[in-house]
Design a protein around this ligand. Structure first.
Ligand SMILES: *[C@@H]1O[C@H](CO)[C@@H](O)[C@H](O)[C@H]1NC(C)=O
Ligand SMILES: *[C@@H]1O[C@H](CO)[C@@H](O)[C@H](O)[C@H]1NC(C)=O
Ligand SMILES: *[C@@H]1O[C@H](CO)[C@@H](O)[C@H](O)[C@H]1NC(C)=O
Ligand SMILES: *[C@@H]1O[C@H](CO)[C@@H](O)[C@H](O)[C@H]1NC(C)=O
Ligand SMILES: *[C@@H]1O[C@H](CO)[C@@H](O)[C@H](O)[C@H]1NC(C)=O
Ligand SMILES: *[C@@H]1O[C@H](CO)[C@@H](O)[C@H](O)[C@H]1NC(C)=O
Length: 608
């Protein structure tokens, strides 16, 4: 499913800060849509390998907290857990309720003006074309949409980025620039369409046959547990999808090449943090799920995350557990914004000390609590993508506690169906053997601890997210603990066994007419009990503002002439096309191609 694709520049104004002084580093974040880490996609990106992995640090255990585009991007931009943004899904009503929703999904040829607020400059792909690689329609700062005829999206974005970098590097001020192309997202129900110059690359490539690819036995909860093995037709489809994804990433690798080369030529590369990442991961055939995201497993939640920049060691692999919600405070750190001037809403922590540490592992000595605990959550349906007849899949609501320690690692999930899963991911990195089905005493003891932690992290805010152990131990006479290792002491067995199971009242109902009810979004009464008592009154509500420029979507009479283009673009001749050249064949949309706002509201695409 899919995303909003924005190419924007913010002076961190979005996060209520002032401009940093001259000489401060720039930040350039390149975020692809649906790119896996675990399936090896980075290995096929030569420039990313040579210039970012080779000259920077790869964060091997960087995770998203919700494995779907809109919630993940909202969490990143706000530095909050999804249960606090309440932007829980790419579909309404999950994406309603904050002004950020418009930046992420559902910006379209009807509601492009006013442009998303808080950015100095924002240039966005518009629905219903955001996922059509050869029909590029964008609006810059709320201006009338422009159709870039005859060019592939990756080339248009590359040319726009190069033009923007020219402006940025000619000024004296540090900048924050986020580039978010659609690749390697699907195009509708089809795999992504690569630039024509890459359409035959990697002809023999197939999806990795890791131990959890289409496994013979399946010990998964909910709909995943019910999946039959993929037959040969579906395995071929998985391979085709995987190959198309790698091909489509070649245009992104070219973009990275041009960006780095240009910054270098301007003498700005060494003073810029370049971050390469994705909004969520992706599975292709893992656990028999053909293609998609939205699951708690490693393929969907562990994303590419590489940084090069001032003080970041070259050719290093960090094993510290980090997440997208840590980025907002990290960026403020880079901008030199004092703690006392920062908004209090952040649930994450600055990663700058980890980025600039020279150690390959977690901090020396004791693993700090906030460096091994990950809260991952999901509400509402997901989809199997790339099927002849894809459909939304319900009962995909769950809460997950993942521990990513050096000496031990676990995954514990509680699903809306009442099912539990528990993997020892150090022994079983492909998450195949569900120990919750027949737990040994020792397994039960670990599950008791993880369940208690999850009871806190499912609704935590700010410091409580950074140190859930202290919340659990708050009124206990037992000595405090700082890590799962310490908490495993037998002294605590009865204490942790005494917490209620994390649970849901229901998954939400799907009606025969295809509609579904509110059980699929975050409803307090569906997720009782909370811990500590009263936590349900927090949930980030103190920091939410209702939107003032979001058009409520209603189905209506929405007549407009849609652009249909069957041409595939992106020849070698276009490889270095400048924006000036591309604009020669661009045009603004005609009145017939734009819906009349008095006549309709457009439904956003049901893609994630
Ligand atoms: C595999 O399963 C799909 C979907 O159920 C079906 O359309 C296809 O015909 C099957 N292919 C084979 C070789 O059985
Ligand atoms: C970190 O790991 C990389 C890759 O294994 C290795 O080349 C490098 O020497 C290590 N650096 C340190 C500081 O241990
Ligand atoms: C969802 O889970 C509930 C509870 O286990 C079950 O009754 C229902 O049939 C499931 N619905 C779907 C669409 O799988
Ligand atoms: C779908 O069915 C449900 C349950 O019967 C009903 O409440 C709802 O209004 C229906 N929605 C539409 C769009 O028909
Ligand atoms: C989240 O948003 C939905 C839809 O707007 C709303 O119904 C729900 O009450 C909100 N949940 C919380 C915990 O704020
Ligand atoms: C600890 O006790 C205080 C005072 O009774 C209470 O307000 C607080 O909620 C308790 N904390 C927990 C985690 O139960």
């Amino acid at each position: 499913m899919s995303s909003a694709i924005c190419v924007g520049i913010a002076a961190l104004a979005l996060l209520c800060t002032t401009r940093a002084a001259n000489g401060k580093p720039n930040i350039l974040m390149i975020m692809t849509d649906d790119q896996d880490y675990r399936l090896g996609s980075l290995e096929y990106m030569d420039t990313v390998q040579k210039e970012i992995v080779g000259k920077g640090t790869l964060f091997d255990k960087h995770f998203v907290t919700t494995a779907q585009c809109c919630p993940s991007r909202a969490a990143l931009l706000r530095g909050q857990q999804t249960h606090n943004t309440n932007i829980t899904h790419v579909m309404n009503p999950g994406m309603l309720d904050t002004e950020l929703s418009k930046l992420l999904n559902g910006i379209d040829i009807l509601n492009y003006n006013p442009a998303p607020k808080g950015w100095d400059n924002v240039d966005v792909l518009l629905d219903p074309y955001a996922y059509s690689f050869n029909t590029v329609v964008m609006s810059k700062n709320g201006e009338t949409p422009v159709y870039y005829e005859g060019y592939h999206q990756s080339d248009v974005i590359r040319a726009k980025v190069m033009s923007t970098l020219e402006d940025l590097t000619s000024g004296d001020e540090p900048w924050f620039y986020m580039v978010a192309p659609t690749a390697p997202h699907t195009e509708g129900i089809d795999p992504p369409v690569p630039l024509t110059r890459h359409k035959n690359d990697f002809a023999d490539l197939i999806a990795p046959r890791s131990p959890n690819f289409n496994p013979q036995t399946q010990q998964k909860p909910s709909w995943v547990g019910a999946l039959p093995t993929l037959n040969s037709t579906l395995v071929d489809l998985a391979d085709t999808a995987y190959r198309a994804r790698i091909r489509s990433l070649q245009g992104i690798d070219e973009m990275v090449h041009d960006i780095l080369q240009y910054l270098d030529s301007k003498g700005e590369l060494e003073n810029t943090y370049v971050i390469y990442t994705a909004d969520n991961g992706y599975h292709v055939g893992n656990h028999r799920a053909l293609a998609g995201k939205g699951l708690p497993y490693i393929e969907d939640t562990n994303v590419p995350f590489i940084v090069r920049g001032p003080g970041v060691p070259a050719n290093r692999i960090s094993k510290t557990a980090t997440t997208h919600i840590d980025l907002a405070p990290t960026f403020l750190d880079i901008a030199g914004v004092l703690l006392s001037s920062r908004p209090e809403l952040f649930d994450g922590r600055s990663l700058l000390p980890d980025w600039t540490s020279s150690s390959n592992t977690t901090s020396e000595g004791n693993v700090k609590v906030d460096k091994e605990i990950l809260n991952v959550e999901f509400w509402g349906p997901t989809g199997i993508e790339v099927l002849p007849d894809p459909s939304l899949i319900f009962n995909n609501t769950y809460k997950t506690m993942r521990i990513v320690g050096e000496e031990y690692a676990y995954l514990y999930s509680r699903w809306c169906t009442g099912e539990t899963e528990f993997y020892d991911t150090k022994e079983d990195p492909y998450e195949l053997t569900n120990l919750a089905l027949d737990p040994k005493d020792e397994d039960q003891k670990v599950m008791d601890r993880l369940n208690a932690l999850l009871l806190v992290t499912k609704s935590c805010e700010q410091d409580l997210c950074r140190d859930p152990w202290s919340v659990l131990m708050q009124n206990s006479t037992l000595p405090g603990v700082c890590s799962l290792k310490e908490a495993m002491n037998a002294l605590y067995n009865d204490f942790f066994a005494g917490f209620p199971l994390v649970s849901f009242k229901e998954c939400g109902q799907v009606y025969e007419n295809g509609t579904y009810d509110m059980g699929l979004i975050q409803m307090v009464e569906n997720e009782l009990p909370f811990y500590p008592p009263g936590a349900e009154n927090g949930l980030g509500q103190a920091h939410r503002k209702s939107t003032d420029n979001y058009w409520p979507v209603e189905e209506g009479d929405c007549d407009y002439k849609s652009i249909t283009n069957t041409e595939h673009c992106g020849s070698w001749a276009q490889r270095s096309a400048t924006l000036e050249v591309i604009e020669k064949s661009a045009r603004i949309l005609t009145n017939e191609e734009l819906p009349d706002p008095n006549m309709c509201n457009m439904l956003p695409e049901l893609t994630a």
